[in-house]
Design a protein around this ligand. Structure first.
Ligand code: GAR
Length: 199
């Protein structure tokens, strides 16, 4: 059975969509932990509802970079997960984590990468930029996380129209609906490849 760990910072709707699909039996996986940098975020509430262990690890809990990275690695090693899922995680992951899990960290980003990716492009800022550029379409991307921010191999993408007079919040909501349906499917497909490669 595929073992995943999730990292999230915010409302946690992507995290919830994934654990709902696990609960429904659509995604055969176990979610072993939630790591968050924000103890008060919505994702924590979802984890508690499902009995998933929560670890709060951030620059506040671990002001020294080495201790911060060691704390992240300790959780990841403890559970031996096949995939680490960044579901609305707003921090750049340390390289030591990527080295521990090469090609095993997936992120969801709310734009059609390679457009509107990289440092500074996250959350609502992405949708503001898409609207300012008068793009006609947008949509989420699921990709492997590499050292260069938002530049790893693309595993899945969905397109939605950008409507005239869309506000960033309206566009974000349209993209988010697709995120919820895309992410678990990519985790399923990529996870099957990972498990096959292991035997
Ligand atoms: C999602 O739109 C996700 O794509 C985005 O943050 C939102 C989190 O929503 N992620 C990024 O911008 C990462 N660069 P959620 O907390 O409800 O899942």
């Amino acid at each position: 059975m595929l073992k995943i760990g999730v990292m999230a910072s915010g409302g946690g709707s992507n995290f919830k969509a994934i654990i709902d699909r696990i609960g429904e039996g659509d995604l055969e996986a176990q979610c072993k932990f939630l790591i968050t940098n924000n103890a008060g975020c919505g994702a924590v509430g979802h984890a508690q509802t499902y009995g998933i262990p929560v670890y709060h690890i951030s620059g506040k809990t671990h002001p020294e970079q080495a201790a911060y990275e060691a704390a992240l690695l300790e959780v990841i090693d403890k559970y031996g997960v096949d995939l680490l899922i960044l579901a609305g995680y707003m921090k750049v992951l340390p390289v030591s984590i990527l080295k521990r899990l090469p090609d095993r960290v997936l992120n969801i980003h709310p734009s059609l990468l390679p457009k509107y990716g990289g440092r500074g492009f996250y959350g609502i800022h992405v949708h503001e930029a898409v609207i300012a550029a008068k793009d006609k379409e947008s949509g989420p991307t699921v990709h492997l996380v590499s050292e260069e921010v938002d530049a790893g191999r693309i595993l899945g993408q969905r397109k939605v129209p950008v409507l005239e007079n869309d506000t960033p919040a309206e566009l974000a909501a349209r993209v988010l609906v697709q995120e919820h349906d895309l992410f678990w499917r990519v985790i399923k497909e990529y996870g099957e490849q990972v498990l096959k490669a292991r035997v």
